[in-house]
Design a protein around this ligand. Structure first.
Ligand SMILES: C[S@@+](CC[C@H](N)C(=O)[O-])C[C@H]1O[C@@H](n2cnc3c(N)ncnc32)[C@H](O)[C@@H]1O
Length: 223
């Protein structure tokens, strides 16, 4: 609900916050969608939940890069859900009501949401998400990498990260395993700012290096 007050201006605030990278909020949203497209293939047809979808920045790129999938979204901020583009809300369910969601998602994406959830509630949320996956379904958690000093600086000046408590990759992996999910991979992502864009083709070979601005942990529900 905290994010209701940012719903009108979410993308602009984020654009300002990440401007030191030389990129805007769209770059980071599309990066995540492209990462998932590479993993799943562009013809992936499953049902996808964007958990903590906010105003739908990432959902828009999930729709673009996984065009055969159905994209649903959930967020506790009703004002953010009200801003969802009709192109999204006519093809999937975008809601603040947990019971409106399906129970057979092939992929659940949780992008920069867990650090807003108090640590004592995180395992319960991950368990609820695991319960919404189909067998063989994937849960992917994108998070800020606190080991990267630029990330810590950006989080420190982001107006909607005042409540943020960052999670280490170890904490994320532990909570996923505790929910009965099998860890599949953990990749560090987003290394090069815009002025080093010519080096970006190397980023996929750096995914082991714990210096990316963000990381993603993927876990699968047992078949
Ligand atoms: C930093 S925004 C990220 C939005 C989007 N995932 C993205 O990557 O652009 C965090 C979002 O998480 C939502 N959120 C926070 N706690 C939540 C919870 N317990 N359940 C669902 N959404 C939550 C907020 O309302 C907000 O929209």
């Amino acid at each position: 609900m905290e994010f209701d007050r940012f719903a009108d201006d979410y993308a602009h605030i984020l654009d300002r916050t990440v401007s030191a990278s030389g990129e805007d909020s769209s770059y980071f949203a599309e990066y995540k969608a492209l990462y998932l497209q590479r993993l799943l293939g562009p013809s992936f047809r499953g049902k996808v939940l964007d958990f903590g979808c906010g105003v739908g920045l990432l959902s828009r790129y999930l729709r673009k890069h996984l065009p055969s999938a159905r994209i649903d979204g959930f967020d506790v901020s009703q004002d953010s859900i009200a801003k969802i583009d009709p192109a999204l809300s006519t093809q999937g369910v975008f809601t603040s009501a947990w019971n409106d969601l399906a129970r057979d998602y092939a992929l659940i994406v949780v992008a920069n949401v867990m650090h807003h959830i108090p640590p004592e509630q995180r395992s319960g949320v991950i368990q609820d998400l695991a319960d919404r996956l189909e067998r063989g379904g994937l849960l992917s958690i994108f998070e800020h990498n606190a080991a990267n000093p630029v990330t810590r600086w950006v989080v420190g000046r982001c107006p909607f990260d005042e409540d943020a408590i960052l999670l280490s990759p170890r904490e994320t992996a532990g909570r996923l395993a505790a929910a009965g999910l099998r860890l599949k991979r953990r990749d560090y992502i987003v290394f090069m700012p815009a002025f080093l864009a010519w080096l970006r083709p190397l980023e996929s070979s750096l995914r082991w290096l714990p210096l990316g601005a963000q990381y993603v942990t993927l876990a699968v529900k047992h078949v």
